[in-house]
Write a new protein. Structure first.
Length: 264
């Protein structure tokens, strides 16, 4: 399945993922994976320095991220550059490509579950999701995080949105978000240090989903940093508040006092 919104030809300035087909003295011919067309990486566009041997930079079968310099659809020519692609651009393009492949795989799973052709699933979902969320994977990730509602609001039928959400929740491992705060705990009673330690431990041991992580460490006594990793901000905010309240409640019972402040 190919993206319903992707043009037949790339445009100048586009980043493309390509497979090196064959190498000559004057450059490398590559296949543009997303377009099914060939292009030329001229030796002068391989590196900003002197290229003694082009095979020091690319080899047959290698996948590379290239920048489109010129496109002549009439002649079937696409000129490409390797030296004009930054590390950040390369990393982001590879990530984008991997997400596209993952999205296609997920939609195939949806078609198997609903017993309808993959092309039909794609036709009913791709454009709507891309227009709403900027990319199919981004929309599926949103559904995995928040349920079918965002997909329904994007215009998908409820039954299709529900099935997509089920598949997305099963197959997408959501990146964790982090929220931070500072707990200040003081106790001048006997064994005050032990009471503070117990209060911090009580914060770490609150009931929470297994994927949620709580980290607490000393900033400068009596201040302690608390970090919560969770799948979404609302969950993370709820957990950090609960953890802080638990620590403060625990230290207060021993005659101490505490305060909590969220940090960015």
């Amino acid at each position: 399945m190919a993206s319903s919104t992707k043009a037949d030809w790339p445009e100048s300035g586009d980043l493309v993922l390509a497979s090196v087909l064959r190498i000559t003295d004057y450059g490398a011919y590559v296949s543009l994976d997303e377009y099914g067309k060939e292009g030329l990486l001229h030796v002068s566009e391989v590196s900003s320095g002197w290229v003694r041997n082009i095979r020091d930079f690319v080899r047959e079968g290698q996948k590379v991220v290239l920048k489109v310099l010129r496109v002549n659809a009439e002649k079937g020519h696409i000129d490409l550059s390797l030296r004009r692609v930054s590390r950040r651009e390369r990393r982001e393009k590879v990530l984008s490509w991997k997400r596209e492949r993952k999205a296609e795989s997920l939609l195939r799973s949806v078609s198997e579950k609903l017993k309808i052709p993959p092309e039909e699933v794609y036709a009913k979902t791709a454009t709507l999701i891309e227009e709403k969320f900027g990319g199919i994977y981004e929309g599926l990730e949103k559904a995995a995080r928040e349920g079918p509602k965002p997909l329904i609001e994007a215009g998908l039928p409820q039954d299709l949105a529900t099935t997509i959400t089920e598949v997305a929740k099963e197959k997408i491992r959501l990146p964790l978000v982090k929220v931070k705060g500072t707990i200040e705990l003081q106790c001048t009673k006997p064994k005050g240090a032990i009471h503070i330690r117990d209060a911090l431990m009580s914060a770490q041991q609150i009931e929470k989903p297994k994927e949620v992580k709580i980290q607490i460490y000393v900033v400068a006594t009596p201040k302690y940093a608390i970090e919560v990793l969770a799948e979404d901000y609302k969950e993370a905010e709820r957990i950090i508040q609960q953890a802080a309240e638990t620590a403060i409640k625990t230290i207060t019972k021993t005659g101490g006092k505490g305060a909590f402040q969220r940090t960015k």
